[in-house]
Design a binder for this molecule. Sequence first.
Ligand SMILES: C[S@@+](CC[C@H](N)C(=O)[O-])C[C@H]1O[C@@H](n2cnc3c(N)ncnc32)[C@H](O)[C@@H]1O
Length: 260
Amino acid sequence: MNAVAIDKRAVAASFSRAASTYDQVAELQRQVGSNLLARLPDDLQPHSLVDLGCGTGYFTRALNARFERPVLGLDIAEGMLCFARTKGPEHAAWIAADAEALPLRGDSQHLLFSSLALQWCPDLGRALSEARRVLLPGGCMAFNTLVEGTLGELRGAWEQVDGYVHVNRFMPLAQLQVVLAEAGFARWHCEVETHVLHYPQLSALTHELKALGAHNLNAGRPGGLTGRARLRALTAAYETYRQVAGLPATYQVAQIILYK
Ligand SMILES: C[S@@+](CC[C@H](N)C(=O)[O-])C[C@H]1O[C@@H](n2cnc3c(N)ncnc32)[C@H](O)[C@@H]1O
């Protein structure tokens, strides 16, 4: 698979800046991560576990509560880790690192959990290869990621305005399945959930994306300020998607469990 151009320093900086606002707007993120948590096998009793791309540590705490084991929260954004540290849990350890280059011993982890983080990795195949390396034989990785169709309305509206891609590129499901098949795990399972959120107006969606730190960070995005005329044109284009409940924003979430 071709790695997409994502500037990791920009990703880390954007999420660090969003650390103090993230939890206030991350309702979908909590829902999607809770759904992943619910998919973990009932009989799983991991002794060593990592939350990859832990952000503010919401699921680091949930994993700690569920398994009553210390959890390692790992994230590329220092600002997120600083925030997470202030929230606990007491027994967690926090580490700034890249999911594509894990500073962990091979065959050392029973469970890797990762919610809505790996879509920020330029090379998902590399992140999966790292995950497989650090997992113990029989170990489990549970992660979710966004696939093509996510924020399709915003992408479509921008295309009507200037033809540029202003929305992060999300991998087509078929491509994700190829990456999963080639990752060398003993078995895996992937299911897609569709979530549609509604907003009274476009600014509510764009403010939320900013508070989440989830701006468009793909290389090649046009720089410069969004002029008033372009914003007006974007608002008008997005209005064509309006439903009774408001302006829709679709998220296509692939929920994946792999076993080494
Ligand atoms: C949308 S947040 C999700 C946070 C948390 N998992 C949750 O569900 O609330 C994505 C997180 O992934 C982190 N991240 C992005 N790229 C990463 C990478 N290459 N390695 C580790 N973490 C990364 C970001 O810094 C951010 O904290």
